[in-house]
Each structure stands twice: as structure tokens, then as C-alpha cells.
Design a protein around this ligand. Sequence first.
Ligand SMILES: Nc1nc2c(c(=O)[nH]1)N[C@H]1C(S)=C(S)[C@@H](COP(=O)(O)OP(=O)(O)OC[C@H]3O[C@@H](n4cnc5c(=O)[nH]c(N)nc54)[C@H](O)[C@@H]3O)O[C@H]1N2
Ligand SMILES: Nc1nc2c(c(=O)[nH]1)N[C@H]1C(S)=C(S)[C@@H](COP(=O)(O)OP(=O)(O)OC[C@H]3O[C@@H](n4cnc5c(=O)[nH]c(N)nc54)[C@H](O)[C@@H]3O)O[C@H]1N2
Ligand code: SF4
Ligand SMILES: [Mo]
Length: 738
Amino acid sequence: MNTGEWKPTACVLCSENCGLEVQVEGTRLARIKGDRRHPTSAGYLCDKASHLDHYQNNRDRLTSPLRRGADGSLERVSWDEAIAEIARRIVAIRDEHGPHALAFYGGAGQGNQLALPWAVGFRMAMGTPYMYHALGQEKTGEFWLDGHLFGSQTCHTGRDIEHTDYVIFSGTNPWHAHGFPRARKLLRDISNDPKRTMVVIDPRRTETAELADIHLQVRPGTDAFVFAALLGTILQEGLENRRFIDTRTIGFDDVRAQLAGVSVDDYSRMAGVEPEVVRRVARGFAAAEGACVRSDLGLQQSRHSTLNLYLEKLLYLVTGHFGKRGGMAIHAQTLPLLWESDPNAPGFDALRTTVAGMMPIAGFYPPNILPAEIDSPHPGRLRGLVVDSANPAVTGANAGAYRRAFSKLELLVVIDKDMTDTAELAHFVLPAATQFEKYDCTFFNWGFPENHQHVRHPIMPPTPGTLPEQEIYHRLAVAMRADFSKNPLLGPLMQLLEAPPVLALPEAMRKAVAPLLFASMQFVEQHRDAVVRAGITDEGHGLAAALFKRMVSSPSGTIISRHDYEDAFSFIRHADGKIHLAVPLMFEWLDGLRAEAARPTERDPDFPFVLCAGERRSSNATTNYRDPAWRAIDPAGMLRIHGDDAVRLGVADGDLVECESRTGRIVVQAQLDDSVLPGSLSLPHGFGLRYTTAAGERAAHGPLINLLTASDDCDPLTKTPYHKNVPVRVRKADAAIA
Ligand SMILES: Nc1nc2c(c(=O)[nH]1)N[C@H]1C(S)=C(S)[C@@H](COP(=O)(O)OP(=O)(O)OC[C@H]3O[C@@H](n4cnc5c(=O)[nH]c(N)nc54)[C@H](O)[C@@H]3O)O[C@H]1N2
Ligand SMILES: Nc1nc2c(c(=O)[nH]1)N[C@H]1C(S)=C(S)[C@@H](COP(=O)(O)OP(=O)(O)OC[C@H]3O[C@@H](n4cnc5c(=O)[nH]c(N)nc54)[C@H](O)[C@@H]3O)O[C@H]1N2
Ligand code: SF4
Ligand SMILES: [Mo]
């Protein structure tokens, strides 16, 4: 392809997928800039995008299928051999032990989601319901609550931060993590506008907290108390939105009975914050024209996880900040990433996992239970696992348990673009084309009232030896002799491919984008008016065909729907069209919170520090940065420790320290940093990965934090790990280790 030409694509390092323009030289991403035509990012980029050439070109790129040989090493094999043998072994496990001995993990990362329907179709061809995914250790509490509040676990909510007057960021640091378009610009805009208010609830004085009007520097793991105190204030002072509650919701009286009696003073003090500041936030939030909340891992991966999210949702619901400018809303989805199983459907109980008895939430099983589902004496245990676009040997809680469990699998297949820690443990490794080499897109396009879709076109030819995932799953299903006519996804996809006139597109593109034709039909059925308002018009083949055409021929992305704020109510799935505020299980958990307030849990004196295991920084991008050379800042992945603690422990800046939990021990470099509270520590996510050095050796670099985390220290309902609240002890490392 030509040098000099700027080619539209996207950054693939976080869920924002900001639009890019790239000049390609050979296989290099020689120059990178923001694409001003992109509908949401509009030219915005953060510093991480400049490292994208490493994603495309690095020493770990896979260029051939690999098979574990008799001597235990991975050896190159042809695609035909690999596909045939994997298919044979999957079928053998299924025939001998049943489909429940098989599972699938991942299937979609930060930007490569276009192949997901093929991946799910393949999972169905294996016959197993088990779809493990990273979302099952962060967002499933929210999905479960959406099911109760709005009538379906697919009713995902977003927020209108761009137009909000009052925003609460709780347990998230959008300065680094983003989570909404053009985050740094919007944060600065809100910060600079005296009429708009930003509140940050975070135990660390983060870059976002520095920009906030109010920073509630809570003790780690106490958010449920803060949110209960905010709700208590609102109910005690009559600040709830009566009209909204009466017309849009049911169950308010039960909620009031639970929360009106909360002692705002006691609960605030439990969290280590001033009651008067909590009251001020409650009043400001309730009185704002449009107010919203944005939380992330600090609430999800911490104590009271699902309860935190419930109280947070109640906050915007009882104040009526839903379905209006600057508030919260359920949004449209091009391709539903989330789905909910019908409890009345036949075979529903077969969805339960063998060992933990876990049911899926929004279609996902939690990674936290996976090691135990494999490493079990149960005859129905998992024996075969296919992993795509994930690195659970590093990112799952208790990495040691993962490694032990994976060694007991009869078949582990990893589909990745690079040689990862998980791939090193596999029986087969299949090399995928990168996201710059194939058609791809994200379905994290969760905007409201406007939604967009960015179908990216390849900007360079595939690396020889690699295949796009659609092709891999298609070939595997054929080799397994899957009955396509009975497969709810592969069947229709094949029909589309065999009906040439429907998609007058090149072969490679057709296979990739076929799912979007279904998505278009569904989308138009649900959101016809909003599609028309986006300027898409029927050109004679129906509106769905026009939408599809618009999506696949807009390489910088396009707006696909324009809703009114009020439309958010039409997405509610309860038969009465109302929001059901009362969630009985959460009321039981509130009893627990009351008991905890009366008698606070003592910290284990053996592990006196609270470690936030997995902070987002500019030096990490999930596990997509492996080689320390990619990290311009903080290449070691330092442990933040408060100066007072450091002095007490005799630790100086840059010293090596041992950090030990009940699960494991790692040695890390200390950074004295008073942005954390005394007694709190913080380590980054995405370090400790194995990579190939310049000398061609495999090495690991930086803290492998999941050697410290535990599978069972998690939310009892969703199994979401408490990664942000790991009890540890630290001491200066012995001279021998140092
Ligand atoms: N640079 C970068 N950006 C990323 C990623 C990345 O790896 N690197 N990963 C992406 C992914 S997959 C995700 S899920 C998001 C996650 O995005 P975030 O959740 O925003 O990121 P984190 O830094 O993990 O955690 C957020 C904050 O929670 C705070 N916290 C810790 N304990 C508590 C607590 O008890 N209460 C409260 N209120 N806060 C607490 C931490 O101090 C931290 O500031 O980021 C995405 N963006
Ligand atoms: N202790 C602790 N653990 C955590 C977290 C934490 O905060 N603390 N965060 C958790 C969170 S929120 C998340 S989302 C997970 C993330 O962890 P994982 O779900 O395991 O996923 P990623 O790091 O996103 O893995 C991306 C993989 O996809 C590969 N890849 C990139 N592009 C392609 C492609 O086009 N095709 C294929 N086949 N592969 C591709 C990359 O090489 C990489 O190996 O980690 C979780 N683990
Ligand atoms: S890492 Fe930065 S540039 Fe890349 S998608 Fe995320 S916010 Fe955009
Ligand atoms: Mo995540």
C-alpha cells in the first residue's frame, strides 16, 4: 500500500477506540494523528496512541500456528494440520465427557469485536454455554442490577457527561482510564466552568481528583457507606424527585424504608469523610439541572461491589436524573454484546457450571471461578478451553491457580496476535491478524442520545501466516463437522455468504462484515426514527440495507442514530414500562452494612495495608504493552506508598520492597507518593508480562499483581474480585533479593 497516504483507522488500546489517521511505511505505523472526522473522538488522542507501532511490530508477533510437541516445546505446524487436530480433539472431549467439559474465554478485546458473532457461533458449535470474559470480573454486577431495575440485563446505561452540570466520578480515574470520549478535554472543560461541578470519590488524590471541585478521599472499600449517606441525606431532607418517582418508578417506599434512617454522620465517618461535605454533594446533585455518575473498577472490584453499584444507581434514579440532558440513560446497541437467558426456556438449568454452580450474567461467566472449574476431582470438570484475545494467566485473580489449572487441561488453544503468557501454556497457538490488518470494529459504541459505528478497514495486508478470527472459527467449525443449519449464528452467517447479491463486497470483507447486516436489520426494527434522524435514507433496498451500506463505507466512522433524551424510557424492558427500584437481595446486603457500621470489621494485623492491585496509568494498556521499552513513563510499574509509611518501614524512594498477601509475594520498587492515604498502596495493571528480549530470550518485567490476589475474595453474587482491596504487608527487601 502507498506510503504518504493517511489511512483512517482507530486506536485499539482502550474501549474508546479513538479515530486515527496513519501513514504506513512497509509494516510500520510511521506517523499517527487523530482523525478529525471521527464522530466521537473528533481528532482527540491520548499519549498512548503514539506507541501503536509496538502493537503491530514487536518480537512476540506470531506468524505460524504452533503445536506442543513430544519434547514439550511449541513447534510450527501448518494451518491445515492445526485446524484438523484441534477440531478432532474438541470433538473427542465432547464425545467422551459431554459439551460441558469445554469452555471459551474472551473472544473480544478492546477493539476487535467484529468477529464476536463467529466466536459465539463456534462456542455454540462446541455445544457449551460457557463463555468466560473479562467483563465477568468487572461489569456483571451492573448488568445484574440493570436486569432488576430496568427489566433486562441488556439494559446498559450510559451518561451524558458532555452536557452535565454535576458529575460524580467514583472509583474511576478517567484522566488515565478514559471510559468516555475525549475524556481529558471534557474533564478540563468541567473543571474550568464555575457553573459545573465535578466530584471525585477515590482513596487516591488522582489526576482527575486534582481537577475536581470536591474530592471525597474515602477509605478504601467504604463506598457503600458514602452512597448510603448521600441517599440518606436526600431522603431525610426531602430532596427526591417526586414527579419522576411517581410517574417512572415503582418500589420507592421500600427504598425509603431502607435508607431514610441512615445516620449520615456515622456512615460518613465510616468512610473517613466529613458529613457536611457529603450533605453538600447530595444537595448539589439533587438540585442540578442534569447530573450523572460514572463509576468503574474502584466500585466494582472492591468490597460491597454489587451493593455499591445499586446505591449509585438509586442516587440518580430517586433524584430523577434519567432520560434527560446531562443525565443517565439506557442507550441503543448496534450488536448486543450482552444477552440474557430466559429462565423459562428449556435447558436453562444446563447453564449452571459444574463445580461452582454459577449461572451466567448477561451471557458471561466470571473468570474467578475458572481455575476451580478445571482443577477439580469432579468427573464433569472442564477439560478443553479456547482462549481468544485475552491473557487470563496474567489477568485472572490468583495467577498461580490459573497456571496450575491450565496444566491440567487436556486441550488449551490460544488465539492471539502475540506470544502471551497464556499462549506459552497452550497445546495449540493460532496466530491472528492484527486490527490494522483486517476489518474490525468495537461494539462498545454505547453513546446516547447519538450513537455511532466505526467499521475499520485494513490499512496494511495481513502478516503472512496469520488469519482473521472469522476465518479461524469458520475453518474449525467445518473441521468439527458442525451442523451449520442448527447453529443459531453460523447458520444464518453462512446463508448470507452463500447469497452473493446481498453483499456486493469483496470476499474477505463479506465474511467480516456479514454480522453487521443482521445488526442493521435489528437496529432499524428497534430504532427506525433515530436512524432516519441520523440522515440515513432508504435508497430502494430498505433502511437496514442503507444503514449497513453507510456503516461499511465510512472508514472514519459514522453516526447511526439520533435519539431524544426521553427515548431512554422506551428502552425499559419491564412490562409496565417502569423502573423497579426495590431489589430485595440488596436490602439484605444493607442489613449487613448496618451491622458493619455498628461493629466495624477489624483489619487482619498480619496484613495491615490495603493494596489497590491494578491502577490505570499512562504506562499500561491492559496487557497490550508487554515490553518495558514501550513504557516511556514508570517502566518498572512502581508501588505507590505514603511517605509516613515509608519512613516507618525505613523505605526510601526507589527501594525494592516485598509485598506479600495471603496468596503470594512479589518484589517491587517503591515510589514515595502522598497521593495515596497512609495504610494504602497502589500497583499498576498490565505489568509482569512475559516478552521476548532483544537477545531473543523470554523474560518477565514488572509486578505480576495477580500473584497476590485471591479467587475467593470476591463479590458473593457475581464473583467479581476485590482487586482494589487486597490485604498485604510490606517490608524492605532483603539485601540478597535487592
Ligand atoms: N491507561 C489505561 N487505560 C485503560 C486501561 C489500561 O489498562 N490502561 N484499561 C481499560 C479497562 S479494561 C478498564 S475496565 C478501565 C478501568 O478504569 P478505572 O476503573 O477508572 O481504572 P483503575 O485505575 O483500575 O481504578 C480506578 C480508581 O479506583 C480507585 N479506587 C481504589 N479503591 C477504591 C475504593 O475503595 N473506592 C473508590 N471510590 N475508588 C477506589 C483507584 O484509586 C483508581 O483511581 O480502564 C480502561 N482504560
Ligand atoms: N489485579 C487486577 N487484575 C485485573 C485488573 C485489575 O485492575 N487488577 N483488570 C481487569 C480488567 S478490567 C480487564 S478488562 C482484564 C483484561 O485482561 P484480558 O481480558 O486478559 O485481556 P487483554 O489484556 O485485553 O488481552 C488482550 C490480548 O488480546 C491480544 N490481541 C490484541 N489484538 C488482537 C486481535 O486482533 N486478535 C486477537 N486474537 N488477539 C488480539 C493481545 O495480544 C493480548 O494478549 O484484566 C483484569 N485483571
Ligand atoms: S488509549 Fe487513548 S488514544 Fe487510544 S483509544 Fe484510548 S483514549 Fe483513545
Ligand atoms: Mo476492563
